[in-house]
Ligand binder design. Sequence first.
Ligand SMILES: Nc1ncnc2c1ncn2[C@@H]1O[C@H](COP(=O)(O)OP(=O)(O)O)[C@@H](O)[C@H]1O
Ligand SMILES: [Mg+2]
Length: 391
Amino acid sequence: MDRHLTRILLIEDDEEDYILLQKLLAKIPAARYDVQWERTYEDGLAQMLAGEHDICMLDYMLGEHNGIDLIRIARSLDYIRPIVLLTGASDGDEIDIQALQAGADDYITKGQMQGELLQRVIRYAIERKKAEIEREKLLSEQFATRELEKRRSEFISMVVHELKTPLTSLKGYAQLLRKRYVPGTNEQIARLAERMDSQVNKLTGLVDDFLDVTRITAGKLQFREEYFEFDALVNEIIEELRPTTERHTICREGTTGQTIWGDRIRIGQVITNFLSNAIKYAPETDRILVKTSSDGSTVTLSVQDFGPGVPEEEQANVFSPFYRLEDLRTSTASGLGLGLHIAAEIIRRQEGQIWLESEEGKGATFSFTLPLDREHSTLLGDEADSVEQAT
Ligand SMILES: Nc1ncnc2c1ncn2[C@@H]1O[C@H](COP(=O)(O)OP(=O)(O)O)[C@@H](O)[C@H]1O
Ligand SMILES: [Mg+2]
């Protein structure tokens, strides 16, 4: 039978105790031990650090030195092998506790040393240490991953911020060019400036979505709340988006007549995304309906298109980040698949509901409801504002 060899480093100033240990170990039937014996504190420490053994057993009394000090020093020098302290019956109280606190894994009283107990103490100390190291490794790996994750998202958010600055300038130049155009002169320049402006808007939209998602992930999406007229916001957004599509007629159905409490810009962002999705993903249709209503305590808005819709099995996914349907007809539409995820987060934070109804081939209706009023404090808005500026 192949008996596994356990290498023991024994630090013991008393030769008789060394011989006794050898004898006891030799009697253990199912294991083989190799004992390396060191007599002094200094040689012991040197051998510990050399690390050519599986376990260290050391005496509490080492000449004028104390085994517990040796344990402490070895541990402070990153000694990772298991340590078992050997104590005499007369060594006094609480050495066991001191030993464990200093970094020993177990202790055994010399008077009680006999084969089976000795074998068990050695085996357990080795196994426990192994498990402990394994656990620490796992923990530190997890920690490193989290650290990396954090650095990565900080990096992304920095990159996105850096992209914003030149984009804002570009947008300004494009608008300036359009304004400088004198009607009846160079048509082509006007057209190019217009296209440039719309491409810059697209890019700004993508960057803003990305920025919002990094804020959501970091728990830093902030809201600036006020009372505002819901219908006016809806009309404003429809007017804003009308020039972006030649094909679609955007029809408004119903009004709410309500003033609501919430973040006007963020809620507008949700409506913009619903509408621009309808324009992008139902490109071969002419009509988009924007329906609004109120039941006296909430407002409801729906954007309905008559395009390909979203298949039943995909409907639950459209609100997940980075999710985009694979559809050849619309695969050229620009987008990162973030808009609906951000919309869902905004509506959730504004204490409303968001949902999708769709029958494949017949179109999609995206809706939300929002409470007219809810508990609020202007302080929260102010705080939110200063945090937002700090990001
Ligand atoms: N009106 C719609 N009709 C069909 N599919 C849609 C519609 N709106 C959204 N989708 C699908 O949901 C996905 C996610 O939308 P969104 O989060 O706004 O991302 P993006 O607009 O960047 O693609 C879209 O890529 C599209 O596949
Ligand atoms: Mg979108």
